[in-house]
Structure formats: C-alpha cells, structure tokens
Design a protein around this ligand. Sequence first.
Ligand code: ZN
Length: 187
Amino acid sequence: MILPIVGLGCPILRKKAEPITPDYPDLQALIANMYETMYAADGVGLAAPQINLSIRVVVIGFRPYDEKTDSYGPVAEEHTLINPEILEFKGEKKFFNEGCLSVPDIHEDVLRPERIVLKYYDAEFKEHIEEIDGMFARVAQHEIDHLDGIVFTDHLSALRKAMIKKKINNVVAGKVRTAYRMRTATR
Ligand code: ZN
C-alpha cells in the first residue's frame, strides 16, 4: 500500500522517534508498505516519521536507472534498518547533492563523513554491526537524522539556508506539486 509522505512543517518530522521491539504489530506489512511508498516516489530511502509514524524504522533501496529506456531495472540493493545507531563516523567528510521526499524541489550539497560504523536490526530482528561507505552510508545518515528530528537542510550554512528560505516556506505552506501524495502542515 502506498502511503502519503509527510512534508516539512509537520511536527512529526521534528520529533525524536521511539525504538521498537520485535512484537511491533504488523511489522512486515509496514516494512513492505514503506518500500512500496519509497519506490513509487522514486526515493532511495524512507524513514517511518515520513509516513507519520514516530518509530525508528528505515528502508533504503537502490535500483539502476536506464537513461535510454527512462526506466528502473530490478532492485540491486535493499537495507531495512530497525533501531539503527551510528557507532562511529570515519573517513573524510564529503559533499553530496541530497534531496528528500519530505522537502520536494530542493537539492543541496550536504557535508557528511564518507564512512560510518552502523549497528542495526534487520527485518527479522537480527543484529548487525557493519562498517559501510558509498551511497548506503550517505543515505543511512540522512535517514537516521529523520529519526532524530533532523532534516538535511539543517546541515546547510546560514547563507545557503537564507537563500532557500522562500522555497522552504513554500514546502511548509503546502505550495508544492509532487508526483506522489503528500500530507503537509496545511492539508
Ligand atoms: Zn529525507
């Protein structure tokens, strides 16, 4: 089931989300809905607060995009992160152009460490501790921020924030058009 995506301005995106236990009701259905919602919106990551649930669950998925056919291939990599925790930041900090399904039409370069040591539970509640890098590390940091009430634009310089203030205000006011269904602070 495709769920509406919560837009910046909704208070849930500023709340610290709660950890869950293995008996969380209908967890597998929830995870399946999160993947479906993320792929339908052409996203690569989705955190539960973005579908209006203040719990520490994240899905990440990459599909190769074929420019010639303007379509996505089969899923190449998926990660379900339950109660994720970044144990250590490693490597150099790098800029990467980020966007967010909750902040449509805004793309900005964000500085983050290129590698992290990540602890999380998978969909079967098996514990993992892994050192990760590349897109997985980048998207994981962005999504774990969502669990702590942080949005990617919070990381920008005061100058960049001032420059995109009008666009941010439009998102908060619900004055954005998206190809996917959104729940904004005003509607
Ligand atoms: Zn996001």
